[in-house]
Design a binder for this molecule. Sequence first.
Ligand code: PEP
Length: 251
Amino acid sequence: MRKPFVAGNWKMNKTVEQAKALVAEILPGIQSIDSVERVFCPPATSLPTLSELLKDSGVGLGAQNMHWEASGAYTGELSAGMVKEFCQYVILGHSERRAYFAETDGTVNKKTKAALAAGLTPIVCVGETLDENKANLTAEVIKRQIHQGLAEMSPEQASKIVVAYEPVWAIGTGLAATAPEANTVIKSYIRDTMKEMFGAGVAEGVRILYGGSVTAANAAEFFSQPDIDGALVGGACSKPDFIQIVKAAAA
Ligand code: PEP
Protein backbone atom coordinates (compact mmCIF):
# COMPACT_ATOMS: atom_id res chain seq x y z
CA MET A 1 0.00 0.00 0.00
CA ARG A 2 1.57 3.29 -1.11
CA LYS A 3 0.97 6.26 1.19
CA PRO A 4 -0.51 9.22 -0.74
CA PHE A 5 1.84 12.17 -1.10
CA VAL A 6 1.06 15.84 -1.78
CA ALA A 7 3.81 18.43 -2.09
CA GLY A 8 3.47 22.14 -2.75
CA ASN A 9 6.14 23.78 -4.89
CA TRP A 10 6.00 27.46 -4.02
CA LYS A 11 8.62 28.28 -6.66
CA MET A 12 10.13 31.83 -6.35
CA ASN A 13 7.20 33.17 -4.34
CA LYS A 14 6.82 34.43 -0.75
CA THR A 15 9.11 36.36 1.54
CA VAL A 16 9.73 34.83 4.95
CA GLU A 17 6.84 36.80 6.47
CA GLN A 18 4.51 35.77 3.66
CA ALA A 19 5.64 32.15 3.97
CA LYS A 20 4.90 32.16 7.71
CA ALA A 21 1.44 33.59 7.01
CA LEU A 22 0.67 30.94 4.38
CA VAL A 23 1.73 28.10 6.66
CA ALA A 24 -0.40 29.55 9.45
CA GLU A 25 -3.39 29.53 7.08
CA ILE A 26 -2.92 26.05 5.62
CA LEU A 27 -1.56 24.04 8.54
CA PRO A 28 -4.76 23.82 10.62
CA GLY A 29 -6.57 22.42 7.57
CA ILE A 30 -4.09 19.62 6.84
CA GLN A 31 -2.33 18.86 10.10
CA SER A 32 -4.62 16.04 11.19
CA ILE A 33 -4.67 14.34 7.75
CA ASP A 34 -1.77 12.07 8.52
CA SER A 35 -2.86 9.38 6.08
CA VAL A 36 -1.26 11.68 3.47
CA GLU A 37 2.44 12.63 3.41
CA ARG A 38 2.27 16.47 3.15
CA VAL A 39 5.22 18.64 2.18
CA PHE A 40 5.82 22.37 1.67
CA CYS A 41 8.66 23.40 -0.66
CA PRO A 42 9.17 27.16 -0.15
CA PRO A 43 12.11 29.26 -1.36
CA ALA A 44 15.37 28.49 0.44
CA THR A 45 15.28 31.75 2.44
CA SER A 46 12.20 30.50 4.33
CA LEU A 47 13.53 27.03 5.16
CA PRO A 48 15.08 27.87 8.59
CA THR A 49 11.96 29.66 9.81
CA LEU A 50 9.50 27.10 8.46
CA SER A 51 11.52 24.20 9.84
CA GLU A 52 10.93 25.66 13.31
CA LEU A 53 7.25 26.31 12.61
CA LEU A 54 6.67 22.80 11.25
CA LYS A 55 8.60 20.95 13.96
CA ASP A 56 6.35 18.20 15.38
CA SER A 57 3.54 19.19 12.98
CA GLY A 58 3.77 16.04 10.87
CA VAL A 59 4.13 18.21 7.76
CA GLY A 60 7.46 17.95 5.94
CA LEU A 61 9.68 20.56 4.41
CA GLY A 62 11.50 20.40 1.08
CA ALA A 63 13.96 22.50 -0.91
CA GLN A 64 13.43 23.18 -4.60
CA ASN A 65 16.96 22.33 -5.74
CA MET A 66 20.48 21.55 -4.47
CA HIS A 67 24.00 20.88 -5.77
CA TRP A 68 25.55 17.42 -5.85
CA GLU A 69 28.90 18.41 -4.33
CA ALA A 70 29.27 18.49 -0.57
CA SER A 71 31.01 21.89 -0.50
CA GLY A 72 33.27 24.12 -2.57
CA ALA A 73 33.41 26.94 -5.08
CA TYR A 74 29.83 26.78 -6.38
CA THR A 75 28.57 30.32 -5.85
CA GLY A 76 24.88 30.51 -5.15
CA GLU A 77 24.40 26.79 -4.58
CA LEU A 78 23.34 24.71 -1.56
CA SER A 79 24.66 21.25 -0.74
CA ALA A 80 22.59 18.27 0.38
CA GLY A 81 24.05 18.62 3.86
CA MET A 82 22.92 22.24 4.05
CA VAL A 83 19.43 21.34 2.85
CA LYS A 84 19.32 18.49 5.36
CA GLU A 85 19.83 20.95 8.22
CA PHE A 86 16.24 22.10 7.65
CA CYS A 87 14.51 19.68 5.26
CA GLN A 88 13.50 16.08 4.77
CA TYR A 89 12.83 16.41 1.00
CA VAL A 90 14.25 18.08 -2.09
CA ILE A 91 12.71 18.61 -5.53
CA LEU A 92 15.17 17.67 -8.28
CA GLY A 93 15.02 18.03 -12.07
CA HIS A 94 11.98 20.30 -12.14
CA SER A 95 11.26 21.28 -15.75
CA GLU A 96 11.89 24.96 -14.94
CA ARG A 97 15.38 24.03 -13.78
CA ARG A 98 15.89 21.89 -16.88
CA ALA A 99 14.64 24.69 -19.16
CA TYR A 100 16.27 27.76 -17.56
CA PHE A 101 19.24 26.43 -15.59
CA ALA A 102 20.69 23.70 -17.80
CA GLU A 103 19.63 20.81 -15.56
CA THR A 104 20.19 17.50 -17.41
CA ASP A 105 19.46 13.86 -16.70
CA GLY A 106 23.15 13.60 -15.73
CA THR A 107 22.97 16.35 -13.12
CA VAL A 108 19.66 14.99 -11.84
CA ASN A 109 21.39 11.65 -11.37
CA LYS A 110 24.28 13.15 -9.39
CA LYS A 111 21.92 15.27 -7.28
CA THR A 112 19.59 12.34 -6.56
CA LYS A 113 22.49 10.21 -5.32
CA ALA A 114 23.81 13.08 -3.17
CA ALA A 115 20.36 13.71 -1.71
CA LEU A 116 19.91 10.03 -0.82
CA ALA A 117 23.38 9.88 0.72
CA ALA A 118 22.43 12.82 2.96
CA GLY A 119 19.21 11.12 4.05
CA LEU A 120 16.89 13.38 2.04
CA THR A 121 13.92 12.09 0.04
CA PRO A 122 14.38 13.29 -3.54
CA ILE A 123 11.25 14.21 -5.51
CA VAL A 124 12.57 13.57 -9.01
CA CYS A 125 10.63 15.32 -11.78
CA VAL A 126 10.29 14.04 -15.33
CA GLY A 127 8.08 15.18 -18.18
CA GLU A 128 7.94 15.80 -21.91
CA THR A 129 7.65 19.18 -23.63
CA LEU A 130 4.73 20.12 -25.86
CA ASP A 131 6.82 19.55 -29.01
CA GLU A 132 7.93 16.14 -27.77
CA ASN A 133 4.33 15.28 -26.92
CA LYS A 134 3.09 16.34 -30.36
CA ALA A 135 5.85 14.34 -32.02
CA ASN A 136 4.77 11.20 -30.12
CA LEU A 137 8.05 11.13 -28.22
CA THR A 138 6.55 10.95 -24.73
CA ALA A 139 7.46 7.31 -24.10
CA GLU A 140 11.01 7.77 -25.36
CA VAL A 141 11.62 10.96 -23.36
CA ILE A 142 10.18 9.69 -20.09
CA LYS A 143 11.99 6.35 -20.28
CA ARG A 144 15.27 8.15 -21.02
CA GLN A 145 14.76 10.53 -18.09
CA ILE A 146 14.11 7.58 -15.77
CA HIS A 147 16.96 5.43 -17.13
CA GLN A 148 19.53 8.24 -16.99
CA GLY A 149 18.21 10.17 -14.00
CA LEU A 150 18.11 7.03 -11.85
CA ALA A 151 21.17 5.30 -13.38
CA GLU A 152 23.59 3.28 -11.27
CA MET A 153 21.42 3.13 -8.19
CA SER A 154 20.63 0.14 -6.04
CA PRO A 155 17.04 -1.06 -5.59
CA GLU A 156 17.33 0.12 -2.00
CA GLN A 157 18.23 3.66 -3.12
CA ALA A 158 15.50 3.68 -5.76
CA SER A 159 12.88 2.61 -3.24
CA LYS A 160 13.43 5.85 -1.31
CA ILE A 161 12.75 8.16 -4.26
CA VAL A 162 9.46 9.87 -5.06
CA VAL A 163 8.96 10.47 -8.80
CA ALA A 164 6.77 13.25 -10.20
CA TYR A 165 5.43 13.05 -13.75
CA GLU A 166 5.00 16.64 -14.84
CA PRO A 167 4.27 17.13 -18.54
CA VAL A 168 5.91 20.49 -19.29
CA TRP A 169 2.93 21.64 -21.35
CA ALA A 170 0.67 21.22 -18.31
CA ILE A 171 2.76 23.20 -15.82
CA GLY A 172 1.27 26.56 -14.97
CA THR A 173 -0.90 26.54 -18.09
CA GLY A 174 -4.26 25.42 -16.71
CA LEU A 175 -4.11 22.60 -19.29
CA ALA A 176 -3.81 19.50 -17.13
CA ALA A 177 -3.30 16.10 -18.70
CA THR A 178 -6.37 13.90 -18.47
CA ALA A 179 -6.22 11.55 -15.53
CA PRO A 180 -6.17 8.38 -17.67
CA GLU A 181 -3.45 9.91 -19.89
CA ALA A 182 -1.29 10.67 -16.84
CA ASN A 183 -1.94 7.22 -15.41
CA THR A 184 -0.78 5.57 -18.64
CA VAL A 185 2.52 7.47 -18.65
CA ILE A 186 3.07 6.76 -14.96
CA LYS A 187 2.27 3.05 -15.26
CA SER A 188 3.75 2.19 -18.64
CA TYR A 189 6.76 4.49 -18.88
CA ILE A 190 7.75 5.18 -15.26
CA ARG A 191 6.63 2.28 -13.06
CA ASP A 192 7.36 -0.37 -15.69
CA THR A 193 10.78 1.15 -16.46
CA MET A 194 11.59 1.14 -12.75
CA LYS A 195 10.48 -2.50 -12.66
CA GLU A 196 13.01 -3.36 -15.36
CA MET A 197 15.73 -1.40 -13.56
CA PHE A 198 15.06 -2.25 -9.91
CA GLY A 199 12.58 -5.14 -9.77
CA ALA A 200 8.88 -5.53 -9.14
CA GLY A 201 9.07 -4.85 -5.40
CA VAL A 202 10.59 -1.40 -5.87
CA ALA A 203 8.25 -0.54 -8.77
CA GLU A 204 5.18 -1.49 -6.77
CA GLY A 205 6.28 0.45 -3.70
CA VAL A 206 7.59 3.68 -5.22
CA ARG A 207 5.30 6.73 -5.03
CA ILE A 208 4.70 8.41 -8.39
CA LEU A 209 2.94 11.77 -8.43
CA TYR A 210 1.22 13.72 -11.17
CA GLY A 211 1.96 17.45 -11.49
CA GLY A 212 0.72 20.04 -13.94
CA SER A 213 -2.26 22.32 -13.26
CA VAL A 214 -3.62 20.17 -10.42
CA THR A 215 -6.43 22.06 -8.68
CA ALA A 216 -9.01 21.46 -5.98
CA ALA A 217 -11.45 20.71 -8.80
CA ASN A 218 -9.48 18.03 -10.67
CA ALA A 219 -7.33 16.44 -7.92
CA ALA A 220 -9.79 13.70 -6.97
CA GLU A 221 -9.93 12.45 -10.53
CA PHE A 222 -6.16 12.08 -10.66
CA PHE A 223 -6.09 10.33 -7.29
CA SER A 224 -8.75 7.85 -8.42
CA GLN A 225 -6.26 6.41 -10.93
CA PRO A 226 -4.53 3.23 -9.76
CA ASP A 227 -0.96 4.36 -10.44
CA ILE A 228 -1.16 8.02 -9.36
CA ASP A 229 -0.08 8.29 -5.73
CA GLY A 230 -0.42 12.02 -5.21
CA ALA A 231 0.43 15.41 -6.66
CA LEU A 232 3.16 17.98 -6.99
CA VAL A 233 1.24 21.25 -6.86
CA GLY A 234 2.43 24.66 -8.09
CA GLY A 235 -0.19 27.31 -8.69
CA ALA A 236 -2.76 25.78 -6.33
CA CYS A 237 -0.55 26.10 -3.24
CA SER A 238 -2.77 28.75 -1.68
CA LYS A 239 -4.91 27.93 1.33
CA PRO A 240 -8.28 26.61 0.12
CA ASP A 241 -6.91 24.74 -2.88
CA PHE A 242 -4.02 23.01 -1.11
CA ILE A 243 -6.23 21.90 1.76
CA GLN A 244 -8.80 20.50 -0.67
CA ILE A 245 -6.09 18.67 -2.64
CA VAL A 246 -4.74 17.05 0.54
CA LYS A 247 -8.29 16.07 1.53
CA ALA A 248 -8.85 14.56 -1.93
CA ALA A 249 -5.67 12.49 -1.53
CA ALA A 250 -6.90 11.19 1.82
CA ALA A 251 -10.27 10.21 0.40
C1 PEP B 1 4.99 22.61 -10.69
O1 PEP B 1 5.60 23.66 -10.84
O2 PEP B 1 5.56 21.62 -10.25
C2 PEP B 1 3.57 22.56 -11.04
C3 PEP B 1 3.00 21.40 -11.09
O3 PEP B 1 2.95 23.77 -11.28
P1 PEP B 1 1.38 24.00 -11.56
O4 PEP B 1 0.62 23.20 -10.55
O5 PEP B 1 1.18 25.46 -11.42
O6 PEP B 1 1.10 23.52 -12.96
